[in-house]
Design a protein around this ligand. Structure first.
Ligand code: FAD
Length: 394
């Protein structure tokens, strides 16, 4: 069995790589899914528009909404991988999720209103799903949306909202029927983030950055025509649109491979006594072990892509890739810091720190990947129950 792209797709990859090299406005200074600095936003919005115009984002959208006639998921995987390899910005925030929801469940009027603004970079979206009491158990959410005339009035609190402080529109889940089974009474909305009653409070993270936010909703009025899908059918809308985010996993695996290259280069530069660290057999063994894990993570990601394209996916595929990747990433960044010895205590801005503190930041943010997109422990339950058929957790 071989995991290779066809010559036609490799030609496409070369074009994408050249396009990014020529037009991408910045290299991302940090690893992982992060929020841009506010002063970068105008250039990033213009870059997003350029990617859509060139047919490198939204390839598999229907052609009437700007998709490519030859659009298919493979093209999206390649673009995501090349953006990650170049450490370039791609789509910022939850527009991928939101466009999936709109294309799958939105009215024609909603598609006409929101999709062109995603394509032009005018609207950045955030994902307003998680709450302080509802993360892994998302259906336990308590944010309420109550119908009053031609508006829903929403009150509650969301948390972990990546890019909430930049977002123009929120993809919101709220409870519209508290009287039914948890999943059944939830509705999806498009929420204009400038609506009165929304208070976005950035959370300062261990890295020193603020990528996530708490979002407080106090009697926020949403017109009924901004319900996405049917009322009380938001659980299905959300689960379906999450399937549109697969290219993100492919991107993370490529980002990890690029980090591995940097790790080897750093081990060649750093000296331990009078020799490069790379000459130390203990370092070489650790590097070998990490390289193996990174390679396996890459192959698992490719296998997952291939099975998805052939519609032969197993329930364990996506969770297993996510668990393995996040742990390999954690181990890679730990070694990246450890290799630096005492200098590893430095941070961005310290004159002696390697790669301007990229490794320290990557190490600090790495643990979040074991939680984001489903905590690893919960994903192990998914594998146990849905792939292995073990009894459900009580
Ligand atoms: C980097 C990052 C970005 C994020 N961005 C967004 C965003 O933009 N929008 C959004 O809505 N959400 C976002 N999230 C939230 C994310 O979806 C939740 O963090 C995740 O679902 C876990 O929920 P929680 O944080 O409430 O943890 P909890 O569900 O409270 O879990 C806490 C711990 O308990 C364990 N646990 C929970 N249930 C079980 C169980 N049944 N069996 C075994 N162990 C269990 C978990 O594994 C975890 O270790 C983001 C999270 C991160 C880390």
């Amino acid at each position: 069995m071989r995991y290779e792209y066809s010559p036609e797709l490799e030609t496409y990859r070369t074009q994408v790589r050249a396009f990014i090299a020529e037009h991408s406005p910045f290299v991302r200074p940090h690893a992982g899914v992060r929020a841009p600095e506010p002063e970068q936003l105008p250039a990033i919005r213009a870059w997003i528009a350029r990617l859509y115009d060139a047919g490198y984002l939204g390839q598999d959208w229907p052609t009437e909404h700007g998709g490519r006639p030859d659009g298919r998921p493979e093209l999206g995987f390649i673009v995501a991988e090349e953006l990650a390899r170049a450490r370039a910005w791609g789509q910022v925030g939850a527009a991928g999720l939101a466009s999936g929801a709109l294309l799958g469940f939105g009215t024609d009027e909603q598609k006409r209103r929101f999709l062109p603004r995603i394509r032009s970079g005018q609207d950045l979206w955030c994902q307003l799903f998680s709450e302080p009491g509802a993360g892994s158990d998302l259906a336990a959410m308590s944010t309420r949306a109550v119908l009053e005339g031609d508006h829903y009035v929403v009150s509650g609190q969301k948390v972990w909202t990546t890019n909430g402080h930049h977002a123009d529109v929120g993809y919101l889940l709220a409870r519209t029927d508290p009287g039914v089974k948890k999943q059944a009474g939830i509705t999806a909305f498009a929420l204009d983030m400038s609506t009165p009653g929304i208070d976005v409070r950035p959370l300062r993270e261990i890295t020193g950055d603020s990528d996530f936010n708490e979002v407080f909703l106090d009697e926020v009025r949403i017109p009924v025509d901004q319900v996405i899908g049917a009322v009380n059918d938001g659980w299905r809308v959300a689960n379906t649109s999450l399937g549109h985010e697969r290219s993100a996993v492919a991107a993370r695996a490529v980002e990890l491979e690029a980090a591995l290259d940097d790790l080897f280069a750093m081990a060649g530069r750093i000296t331990s006594g009078d020799r490069p660290a790379l000459a130390d057999s203990a370092v070489r063994q650790r590097l070998g072990a990490i390289a193996t894990r990174v390679h396996v993570a890459g192959m698992m990601s490719k296998a997952g892509q291939s099975r998805m394209l052939h519609r032969s996916e197993d329930a364990a595929d996506a969770p297993a890739v996510k668990i393995f990747f996040s742990q390999a990433n954690l181990a890679t960044t730990e070694l990246g810091v450890a290799l630096q010895g005492i200098d590893g205590l430095g941070v961005e801005g310290d004159p002696y720190v390697h790669a301007d503190g990229w490794w320290q930041d990557a190490f600090l943010i790495a643990r979040s990947f074991t939680i984001a997109g489903g905590a690893n422990e919960v994903l192990k339950n998914v594998i146990a129950e849905r792939a292995l058929g073990l009894p459900r957790e009580k």
